[in-house]
Design a protein around this ligand. Sequence first.
Ligand SMILES: Nc1ncnc2c1ncn2[C@@H]1O[C@H](COP(=O)(O)OP(=O)(O)OP(=O)(O)O)[C@@H](O)[C@H]1O
Length: 324
Amino acid sequence: MSEIDLEDLPGVGATTAEKLREAGYGTVESVATATTSDLAEAAEIGEATAKKVILAARKMADIGGFKTGRDILDKRKDIKKLSTLVPEFDELVGGGLETQAITEVYGEFGSGKSQLVHQMAVNAQLPEELGGLAGGVIYVDTENTFRPERIEQMLNGLPEGAEIGEIEEVLERIHVARAHSSDHQMLLLETARELANDLRNSDYPVRLFVIDSLTSLFRSEYAGRGTLAPRQQKLNRHMHDLLKLIDDHNAVGLVTNQVMSNPGVLFGDPTKPIGGNIVGHTATFRIYLRKSKGGKRVARLVDSPNLPEGEAAFMVEQAGLRPC
Ligand SMILES: Nc1ncnc2c1ncn2[C@@H]1O[C@H](COP(=O)(O)OP(=O)(O)OP(=O)(O)O)[C@@H](O)[C@H]1O
């Protein structure tokens, strides 16, 4: 989303900006891509003025230009890896969860998605030499599953020598917001952007953005026939907002997702994530989690651009994620 206010556009005062917003033109980008007649009608301005506003918006909008392959290589050199502290799991994902990429973890109810996310919220705070990112965490919680008590158990379970402070300090670095609707969830990424910008030069800049669960609110709100297309469009925008955030902050994006079927439901593939390709195309890494014998969990890497498919087993214990 744009960081420029509509009011910054020449010829747009508070009243016009309000009319634009009401008509759905909330960002400079949306104005930049509007047609003259649509905008003139929406803002109740003449077509000539509308044209000027659109041209100004195109100049100001962060449309993004071309970069050379070398620029991209330089940016990729900044990529860091966040360790799960389970060697086999790290190996599966090429050394840890990557910054500048979204990792999607999906699986059935109780498969351990939230456990993994809690563990990463602790690990992100570790210094880099211990597998962390020396960073803070932004955590969007849509199902009220964040538990500070679980963070404390995992903090106490960190390996010897991995000191990240007292529990109060550790919790201070995890910024949690509860989302109440899919619209609210999307808006929270706006707040997240402001917060992450404020923390950019702090001792613990945000290096991990979590959305747990990415899809549950979308799934419950868009349940009827004919709602799939709008749902997918919104999810797509949401994923792209997240992508921009993690790119701006060289952070890890970690989202959880459910599978199509629930216990007791006859239809739906228990191995297919919600949101399908829309989520899949934006997530760089997709990990399918499942429960296995003896309390074991198995993580399977699915669809990675540069890593072989494979599996890693781990345990969820009181002290956190552990190798088997
Ligand atoms: N303190 C703990 N000690 C050991 N195991 C725990 C502890 N807390 C949770 N677990 C394990 O984690 C499981 C729950 O996993 P989690 O909450 O991550 O599920 P999930 O995949 O996020 O499911 P959902 O889709 O319902 O959110 C429990 O069934 C239990 O096996």
